[in-house]
Design a protein around this ligand. Structure first.
Ligand code: HEC
Ligand code: HEC
Length: 322
């Protein structure tokens, strides 16, 4: 009896105290390295492609690229605000909203594909979608888009950015330039420093949260360099979750893809509320609870949820540079 009481007291002390032993830190670091990867910030050669990146950045902020000259990519993906607008769904040029939440553009270039349903293969292809979308930028067609850019003096910039191209000034190259810029939008975090070996950089509660995140199985889906973004998974895998959105089914027409979505990256997740494909969940605590129940059939305690939330805080960018 005494030993058991003594043991549980020690365990309680260990879990409450702020001290992690060297062995505990090492074990957690190894476990983390088995499941996650440090962010690779070199997604593009920024010296070689400097003109293309510069053009992409200008296009990203270009309001002339919208039906009434009021909206740019940055309207819905505000780079000073972690690449989001914090709206459940976003108003387009005329105020009409679509059915999906705007994900962040930070680190999105490392995902296996773009959009909640993965319907664009990369950031270059993705960037062309919103321009002609009637409830986003609302431009008429490719021809009108190129005319707007020609009138705004963009031709020489395309020539510089696409040296050696027979036709540098094309609609497709808008996507290439914006994609090049997006490849520079990588945001290293304290968690990356942890993965690089600095175990003192995370607080005790962040470490407990990381340990729980792995132990309960969040890591089955949110893993790798993006802490997500690498696979498609069903929303409501264990316990069905109510949603009208068919997700990836709309892309593949495969019954198995009903309500399947790209697993979102959890980098900067504390800042990118509201949550889920339709932005209907405001609080991160609630999102974690839903995940526990519907993806894992696990009932997390308040303490576990709050530790996991602390850990997710270590995935916030140290700074926003663009
Ligand atoms: C009116 C708001 C709005 C504008 C303007 C807009 N987007 Fe988006 N963006 C969204 C929404 C909503 C989604 C998610 C749509 C979906 O998944 O079906 C999205 C998705 C994306 C994604 C995919 C991210 C991921 O994690 O899958 C990228 C990248 C992106 N947008 C970049 C851009 C660029 C570049 C522009 C400018 C050319 C732009 N967006 C203009 C609202 C907007
Ligand atoms: C079986 C795969 C799976 C597991 C396990 C899983 N998730 Fe998710 N997670 C997803 C998918 C898919 C989505 C996107 C769902 C949607 O938007 O409809 C998501 C969304 C999220 C979001 C919202 C992100 C955003 O930007 O909107 C958070 C936060 C999250 N998960 C955290 C967790 C945590 C914490 C755990 C463990 C308790 C967990 N997830 C377990 C697949 C999973």
């Amino acid at each position: 009896m005494k030993t058991i009481a003594f043991l549980s007291l020690t365990l309680l002390l260990v879990s409450c105290s702020s001290k992690w032993s060297a062995e505990q830190n090492k074990a957690l670091l190894n476990e983390a390295k088995d499941n996650f990867e440090e962010l690779n910030t070199n997604q593009i050669n920024q010296v070689k492609f400097s003109d293309r990146i510069e053009l992409g950045k200008k296009l990203y902020f270009e309001k002339k690229l919208s039906a009434n000259g009021t909206l740019s990519c940055n309207s819905c993906h505000n780079l000073d605000n972690y690449g989001v607008d914090n709206e459940p769904t976003s108003p387009g040029f005329d105020g009409t909203r679509g059915g999906r939440n705007s994900p962040t553009v930070y680190n999105s270039a490392i995902h296996l594909a773009q959009f909640w349903d993965g319907r664009a293969k990369d950031v270059e292809e993705q960037a062309l979608g919103p321009l002609l979308n009637p409830i986003e930028h609302g431009l008429k067609d490719k021809k009108q888009t190129m005319k707007i850019l020609a009138d705004a003096g963009y031709k020489p910039l395309f020539k510089k950015a696409f040296k050696g191209y027979k036709y540098p000034f094309t609609f497709k190259n808008i996507g290439k330039a914006i994609g090049a810029f997006e490849k520079t939008l990588m945001t290293p975090t304290r968690f990356d420093d942890f993965l690089a070996g600095d175990t003192s950089i995370l607080s005790s509660s962040e470490k407990r949260g990381l340990s729980k995140f792995i132990e309960v199985g969040c890591v089955n889906c949110h893993n790798g360099m993006g802490i997500g973004g690498e696979t498609y998974q069903k929303l409501g895998l264990e316990v069905p979750y109510p949603t009208q959105d068919k997700g990836r089914f709309d892309v593949t027409k495969d019954e198995d893809d009903m309500h399947v979505f790209k697993v979102p990256s959890l980098r900067n997740v504390v800042k990118t509320y509201p949550y889920f494909h339709d932005g209907h969940v405001k609080s991160l605590t609630q999102a974690i609870k839903i995940m526990g129940k519907h993806q894992l059939n696990a009932k997390l305690t308040n303490r576990e949820i709050s530790d996991i939330k602390s850990f997710l805080g270590s995935l916030t960018a140290k700074e926003l540079k663009y």
